[in-house]
Design a protein around this ligand. Structure first.
Ligand code: UTP
Length: 291
């Protein structure tokens, strides 16, 4: 089995980012000059994925506009001789084969993934990248997971250690170490209390999942928060086949909240070739004034 498809669910209401998310999908918020979804699609493409299924809410138009070609803009850039910009925007439309699927009701992440079922074959595994989680790393995060999948041919969950005080925000896995970075999953629990959490290995928005998950999701009852939880479905999958979690390398930003989004913006702006140097000087000046 080879991983050729990715699902990117972005249909959540984005309540932590209101009011802007009333009118604009959270994943279209810019991190420097590209929307968050661009970084996710780029990560998938740089990991060898050719087909991407984006699960949207009712507000998918800005996403479609971003990935579709704009003849008028292209003509304008040709006529004004801005050929480097022309190249850049044409590349966005040709990065991958992108399908949009509307999640009619926001019933939870598990339900959002279920909406991608018609794109998957019976014996197939696919990548999942959550819209909120932007990972900056030398090797793309999902490529790290694909490598592990290629060795084990089993579902792989991307995790990192988080402070004990934060376990209640995440799905948490526990199990036994196969290597320093690979844990064979024993148990999974969605948003446990600090006291009852089985570990501090948190699921951070990257998965390789076997398509058998769809049969489980079809029958799954709502879990934490009254939502159909992907973590609950993975817990079920773990009863019938091996599931592993992999501690990936890289910095992960939760761009679904204001602070995480600002951190990603600052870090990526500092790395930007055109503004990084000036922005750094500005930050130094700002921070020395505020002392
Ligand atoms: P979150 O719960 O973090 O996103 O879901 P949210 O619901 O948009 O955020 P808040 O809490 O209201 O601010 C994780 C990911 O799963 C997607 C979200 O878009 C996000 O990328 N999701 C969640 C769906 O696509 N559909 C759902 O029904 C729920």
């Amino acid at each position: 089995m080879q991983i050729k498809k990715a699902v990117i669910p972005v249909a959540g209401f984005g309540t932590r980012f209101l009011p802007i998310t009333k009118a604009l999908p959270k994943t279209m918020l810019p991190i420097v000059d590209k929307p968050a979804i661009h970084y996710l699609v780029e990560e998938a493409v740089n990991s060898g994925i050719a087909e991407i299924i984006i699960i949207t809410g009712q507000d998918k138009k800005p996403l479609e506009d971003y990935f579709n070609r704009s003849k008028a803009l292209e003509n304008h850039l040709i006529n004004t001789g801005k050929l480097d910009l022309l190249e850049m925007i044409k590349k966005i439309s040709s990065m991958a084969e992108i399908h949009f699927v509307t999640q009619e009701e926001v019933l939870g992440l598990g339900h959002a993934i279920y909406c991608a079922r018609r794109f998957m074959n019976k014996d197939e595994a696919f990548a999942v990248l959550l819209g909120d989680d932007v990972v900056v790393s030398i090797e793309p995060c999902i490529s790290q997971l694909i490598k592990v999948f290629n060795n084990y041919q089993a579902s792989i969950i991307g995790v990192q250690n988080v402070p004990n005080s934060e376990v209640s925000k995440y799905g948490i896995v526990s199990g036994h170490n196969v290597t320093d970075r690979l844990v064979k999953v024993g148990d999974l629990v969605e948003k446990p209390d600090e006291e009852s959490a089985p570990s501090n290995l948190a699921i951070l928005g990257r998965y390789i999942i076997h398509s058998e998950i769809f049969d489980i999701l079809r029958a799954l009852r709502p879990g934490a928060g009254g939502e159909i939880q992907l973590t609950d479905a993975l817990k079920e999958l773990n009863k019938t086949q091996e599931v592993y979690s992999y501690i990936f390398q890289g910095t992960r930003y939760d761009t679904g909240n204001k602070l995480g989004h600002l951190k990603a913006t600052i870090d990526l702006a500092l790395q930007d070739e055109t503004i990084g140097h000036d922005f750094k000087n500005y930050l130094i000046k700002m921070t020395s004034h505020s002392r």
